[in-house]
Design a protein. Structure first.
Length: 85
């Protein structure tokens, strides 16, 4: 398995897990050394994946969806037009 494919699979594994996944568990899943996993995680963090290292393993936190807030200002005459069209 190529490094890029393994990194993509690490992201999928972390996203699908409800609990932290240890480096040892990832190394067993992908049949590489734990040091290779540590390097992959570092590269993924550098690529702006929000991966957090805990004492129980790695978790990935996806950012919340963005919201757009529109602010408008109407005078009394325009309020009716805005509400009823």
């Amino acid at each position: 398995m190529k490094k890029q494919q393994r990194q993509a699979d690490i992201v999928k594994t972390l996203r699908s897990s409800r609990e932290p996944v240890s480096g040892t568990a990832l190394s067993e899943i992908f049949q590489v050394s734990r040091q290779s996993i540590v390097q992959d995680i570092a590269l993924l963090k550098a690529a702006h994946f929000n991966i957090i290292s805990t004492n129980k393993g790695y978790i990935i936190v996806d950012p919340p969806p963005r919201e757009k807030i529109f602010k408008v200002s109407h005078n009394h005459e325009e309020i009716g037009d805005e509400l009823y069209t």
